[in-house]
Design a protein around this ligand. Structure first.
Ligand code: MLT
Length: 407
C-alpha cells in the first residue's frame, strides 16, 4: 500500500500566491470588463535587459551548430557565470568567495525550499513573522515544523515577530535555534536590517552553532549605505551563513529563471555522531543529484547583466521600480495609510484601514477597486491587519492604482 507524506495534508491546501491567483481569476470571470491592476505577487512587468536578450540569441545560435552546441553543463553552473558573479557581486565589495562556493540554479524559491534536504528533521527552525511562506511550507513538508494550530502556527517553529513596535527588527529567540531564515531587504514588509543589526544574528549563530539561511533576493533595491547587500559583509558570516541570490527581481528573470546560492566551504554543521561536516559538500551532492543545471542559454543571459551595457540596463530597471515604490508609498500616505518599507525594496507594507482584517481588505480592494494586493495574514500571524503592495507594475497602472485609492 503506497502511503503519502502526511505532512502535505497538514499544510494549507493551496500555496498563498496560488490562492490569490484563484480569487483574481474568479473575480475576472464574474466581471470580465474589470480593469484589474496587479500589485500582488512580485512579478516584474518590464522586459529583459537588451544585453540579456542579445546574449540569449547568440547562445541559441551556438546551440544550432554542431561545433558550438552544448549538452549537459556543470550542475553547479558554468565557470563564466560563476566567475562573473564572484567578480561583480562579491570581489567588487571586497568579499572573498570562491567559484566552487557558488551554485547556479533556477530560482531562490527552489533553493530556499530545497536547502532543507541537507539538514536533519530535528533542527529547531526560526522564521520571522511575517515570513515568505516557502520557508514555513517546505519545513512543514519535511516534518520539521511539527503540528499546525487553527491559525496555521506550527508547534516546532520559533517565530520572531516583526512589527511596528520593534521597528521590524527581529529579536533574538529566547530558546536556542539551529536554523534561522532571514530575508533582507525583507519580503513581505520591505524593511531592512543595518549592518549592526545583522551582526547580532551572525554573532548569535557563531555562539550557538546555528546556520543562517540569508535570502538576499532583493539586494539590488538597496539605496542606503548602512544596509548590507550580502551577509558576508559581516565578519565571520562566511562560517555560519548561506546566501541566496536571484536574477528574478534584479534583472527581470521571473520567467527566464536563474539564481544562485553561496555555500562557503567554512560553513559546517554536525552529523548525528558529532562530526563537523562541510555544508558545501552536502549541497554539491544534493544539487548534482537532483538538478541538471540551468540552461546554457539562460546562464549566458545572466552573465550579460554584468557587462557594462547590462549594468546600465539593470540599473534602469531597478530605478524604474524604485520610483514606482516611491509613488505607492507616498500615494498611500496621502490617502491616510500607515505604511512601512518601499525604500530599499519593491514592497510596501500597509496597514488596513478601520481595523479590517488582511483578507477582508484584500477582497475589498479586489472587488471595489480592482486592485490585487497580497494579504499580510498570508505571510503569518503578525501580518494580520496588513496588505502588501508590489511596485513591479507599469508606471501607468501604479499611478492609476493610487488615484483609485484616493477616491
Ligand atoms: C512574492 O511576491 O513574494 C515573490 O514574487 C514570490 C517569489 O519570489 O516566489
Amino acid at each position: 500500500m503506497a502511503q503519502i507524506n502526511d505532512n502535505f495534508i497538514k499544510i494549507p491546501a493551496t500555496y498563498l500566491f496560488s490562492e490569490i491567483a484563484k480569487r483574481v481569476a474568479q473575480h475576472k470571470e464574474a466581471y470580465p470588463e474589470a480593469k484589474i491592476i496587479r500589485m500582488g505577487i512580485g512579478d516584474v512587468s518590464l522586459p529583459l535587459p537588451d544585453a540579456s536578450v542579445d546574449a540569449m540569441i547568440k547562445a541559441a545560435e551556438e546551440q544550432r551548430h554542431a561545433e558550438t552546441f552544448r549538452g549537459y553543463g556543470p550542475e553547479q553552473g558554468y565557470e563564466f557565470l560563476r566567475n562573473a558573479i564572484i567578480e561583480n557581486d562579491y570581489k567588487a565589495r571586497g568579499l572573498n568567495i570562491a567559484a566552487d562556493e557558488i551554485f547556479v540554479s533556477d530560482g531562490a524559491k527552489s533553493d530556499t525550499g530545497n536547502i532543507g534536504d541537507i539538514f536533519s528533521v530535528n533542527n529547531r527552525v526560526a522564521v520571522t513573522d511575517p515570513v515568505y511562506p516557502v520557508y514555513v511550507d517546505t519545513n512543514a513538508m519535511a516534518g520539521r515544523a511539527g503540528e499546525p494550530n487553527e491559525q496555521n502556527v506550527w508547534s516546532n517553529l520559533v517565530y520572531l515577530p516583526c512589527n511596528a513596535e520593534n521597528n521590524f527588527v527581529p529579536e533574538l529567540p529566547k530558546e536556542k535555534v539551529d536554523l534561522i531564515y532571514l530575508c533582507y531587504p525583507n519580503n513581505p514588509t520591505g524593511t531592512t536590517l543595518t549592518k549592526d543589526e545583522l551582526r547580532i544574528w551572525v554573532d548569535y549563530a557563531k555562539e550557538n552553532n546555528s546556520i543562517i539561511l540569508f535570502d538576499a533576493a532583493y539586494e539590488a533595491f538597496i539605496t542606503e549605505e548602512n544596509v548590507p547587500h550580502s551577509i558576508y559583509e559581516i565578519e565571520g558570516a562566511d562560517e555560519v551563513a548561506l546566501e541566496f541570490r536571484s536574477f528574478s527581481k534584479t534583472a527581470g528573470f521571473t520567467g527566464t529563471r536563474c539564481a544562485y546560492t553561496v555555500v562557503p566551504k567554512k560553513v559546517t554543521a554536525f552529523s548525528e555522531n558529532g562530526d563537523k561536516i562541510q555544508l558545501n559538500r552536502l549541497w554539491n551532492r544534493r544539487h548534482s543529484t537532483k538538478f541538471n543545471g540551468t540552461s546554457y542559454v539562460v546562464q549566458r543571459a545572466a552573465e550579460a547583466i554584468y557587462s557594462p551595457e547590462g549594468k546600465k540596463q539593470v540599473k534602469a530597471l531597478i530605478d524604474f521600480y524604485t520610483e514606482n515604490a516611491r509613488i505607492i508609498r507616498e500615494g498611500l500616505e496621502k490617502a491616510g495609510y500607515t505604511v512601512f518599507g518601499g525604500k530599499n525594496s519593491p514592497y510596501i507594507w500597509a496597514k488596513s484601514p478601520d481595523g479590517m482584517g488582511s483578507w477582508e481588505y484584500f477582497d475589498y480592494l479586489l472587488k471595489e477597486k480592482n486592485i490585487v494586493t497580497t494579504p499580510g495574514a498570508g505571510f503569518g500571524r503578525s501580518g494580520e491587519g496588513f496588505v502588501r503592495f508590489s511596485a513591479f507594475g507599469s508606471r501607468e497602472a501604479t499611478i492609476e492604482a493610487m488615484e483609485r485609492l484616493r477616491k
